[in-house]
Design a protein around this ligand. Structure first.
Ligand SMILES: Nc1ncnc2c1ncn2[C@@H]1O[C@H](COP(=O)(O)OP(=O)(O)OP(=O)(O)O)[C@@H](O)[C@H]1O
Ligand SMILES: [Mg+2]
Length: 340
């Protein structure tokens, strides 16, 4: 039997270890993992970590298969492997490694995410429970206080409901992120409809809008509902964080060749005249639940999901999001999509 062809056909790193613990065979995946060919090397000095050696001994001496976690530091940090040792008929053992870092990482992200959601929901819920107690007790006969508390409770309940719908739309966008939309959508039409939708909000907040380029024809391959959601999120942020009596500048332009996308592009800039964003926050703004000023954003009903949704929608459209900000002058959120 051609052992080396069999080993080469296995995508996992594999070592064959002789009864004297010498490594007798390897495969291309194990060369890549160790960065050199360990043939001839002693397996004990190669692997070193106690739990791994115990699993190896179990297979070699007691003829029992075993497994252990093996950590290898490489150029891009520490990689965690599941090492398995299996006894061979004529003595010695087969040792294989499976990269577990991705699984561990996504498990960690999932736990973080759940912790965040629980925390975000607990705050308004604790408030609601407190108000209910007050309404039943001390404020039982105080009509004015009741009115006030009910208004706060309505706000909090609304916030929770918005958060749940944001989470749902985030998960929907994530699910189809790999499928690029097919329909042809005019970005100019999307922007006009978004501005019409937000007219009431703009007036209420006493914020003006100046537009540029909305008469251009700017077709892209897109999902118009998602594009509407994207621009609503960005313009709502500009309203919330830009401040009253200011102007939001929405400009649409066609670019002959975007240096990053390396093709003709459609670009939309949403510029506000707000206080701007400290550069240290900019790379993190699209993380879920990331808010610069927790209390201020929360007071404005924010959950920190808006820009995470924006980023996923932009990714799905194979575009890019660029955030620049001049403190004291304002911020610009630019979305650039491939044309066509
Ligand atoms: N135009 C802007 N100017 C200044 N800061 C901004 C601007 N847009 C977003 N931010 C900051 O980025 C944070 C994240 O924005 P994001 O839209 O993700 O969440 P949010 O507005 O707090 O809540 P949500 O959009 O979920 O209601 C905001 O909390 C705010 O601190
Ligand atoms: Mg927002």
């Amino acid at each position: 039997m051609d052992e080396s062809a069999i080993l080469a056909g296995i995508p996992l790193p594999v070592l064959l270890v002789a009864p004297d613990y010498a490594v007798t065979r390897t495969n291309p995946a194990s060369l890549e993992m160790f960065g050199h060919d360990p043939v001839g090397q002693n397996a004990v000095s190669l692997l070193r970590q106690a739990p791994v050696l115990a699993a190896l001994d179990g297979a070699m001496r007691d003829r029992q298969p075993g497994h252990a976690r093996f950590l290898l530091s490489g150029l891009s940090g520490e990689v965690s492997y599941e090492m398995r040792a299996h006894p061979m008929d004529g003595g010695g053992a087969v040792v294989s490694f499976e990269d577990r870092s991705h699984r561990e990482e996504s498990e960690l992200m999932r736990r973080d995410f759940i912790a965040n959601i629980s925390h975000e929901l607990r705050t308004p819920l604790t408030g609601l429970i407190g108000f209910i107690e007050t309404l039943r007790g001390p404020a039982k006969d105080d009509a004015a206080a009741q009115e006030r508390f009910l208004a706060i409770m309505a706000d909090e309940a609304q916030r929770m409901s918005r958060m749940v719908s944001d989470l749902l739309s985030l998960s929907r966008v994530e699910v189809d992120e790999r499928v690029r939309p097919r329909a042809e959508v005019g970005v100019e039409a999307v922007l006009r409809s978004v501005l019409a939708t937000l007219e009431g909000k703009l007036q209420e907040a006493n914020v003006g809008v100046e537009t540029e380029g909305l008469t251009l024809a700017a077709p892209i391959r897109g999902d118009s509902d998602q594009l509407i959601q994207l621009f609503i999120n960005l313009i709502e942020n500009a309203i919330k964080y830009g401040g009253p009596e200011k102007t939001i500048h929405v400009s649409l332009s066609l670019i002959e060749r975007d240096p990053t996308l390396r093709q003709p592009a459609v670009r939309v800039d949403i510029r506000d005249e707000g206080p701007g964003i400290d550069p240290i926050h900019i790379p993190r703004l699209t993380e879920r639940f990331y808010r610069i000023d927790d209390d201020r954003s929360r007071a404005k009903g924010g959950t920190g999901l808006g820009l995470a949704i924006v980023k996923h929608i932009v990714n799905r459209h194979r575009g890019r999001l660029k955030i620049t900000s001049d403190q004291g002058v304002g911020s610009v959120f630019s979305v650039i999509f491939p044309q066509g």
